[in-house]
Design a binder for this molecule. Sequence first.
Ligand code: FES
Length: 346
Amino acid sequence: MSEFITLTIDGREIKAAPGTSILRAALANDIYIPHLCDHKDLTSVGICRVCLVDIEGRRPTVSCMTPVEEGMVVSTANEELEQTRRMNLELLVLNHDYDCQNCAQNNKCQLQELTRFIGLDEDRIKAMRAPELADPIDDSNPYYLRDMNRCVRCGICVRACEEIQGDECIDFVFRGIETRIGVLGDKPIIDSTCTTCGECVTRCPVGALVPRHAVEPTYEVETVCPFCGCGCGILVGARGGKVVSSTAIPDSPSSGGSLCVKGRFGLGFVNSPRRLTTPLIRKEGKLVEAGWDEALSLVAEKLGRYKGSEYATIASAKCNVEDNYVMQKFTRAVMGTNNIDHCARL
Ligand code: FES
């Protein structure tokens, strides 16, 4: 028996593994079905209802929640589907802040893409528009902003928090038209258990969750996070000779596309004017800049005054494995002591 299921989407025969949703099977084969609440890293929940498709012999069906079946014949476009999708999209944007020009997500927004693809009747929206929520922007977190006036309640942030970070610090709160994403007791995010990993921020399809200091990089470099020994893969973005962003490499073998607060938001130290770039030696009570040869000679001379248990090393998680190996070798073989420890996490 074949390990793949064969189905037809828009007249094209495609194959997909059992259990794959129609939406993901279509997208994997470059067949676009509009969607908003589905995310490849998260379980599907079928909230937005814009991913409707027609399956031969059935009524319009939510494609993100329907697994592929042998011999299925799917159609992604017809007049009825388009009308229903448009109505579902209208319901999503009724309460959405339309000020795209002042949104950090402008031109990268999935809602804008959907609106362009599906099309909206502006007059109908104006007539149905719900009263403005005018929620104050939650700027309590030092690294990202929460603007619930731009939220479309897709729940991606809730699932990212729960499924990727295992935190569950946010959820749907209130009821009916007042439903929104919030924390226990409707407090500012800083008063929750949020660890600022940014998994929700990076997946928010609209401008509801945005980094506080978002600057578009002109180029990105693939590297490894400098903070600890986990070795998470990151893309460091730079602009004008300065580091301006850090994003996870999705298929990084050590991190699988996740980052913590340090790797995602903590690279500002690279541009800090207070960063040490030359050794400093204390002379007559003052730290003065010195060359590396002078500094290393001084360290060697001072280390020569100690032996055995008079000496201890604290190794750094910022060093790589090889550097830390040399550190323990030096401590044991040269200084003659097992007094060595390591700040495994920063
Ligand atoms: Fe299918 Fe939202 S993507 S319901």
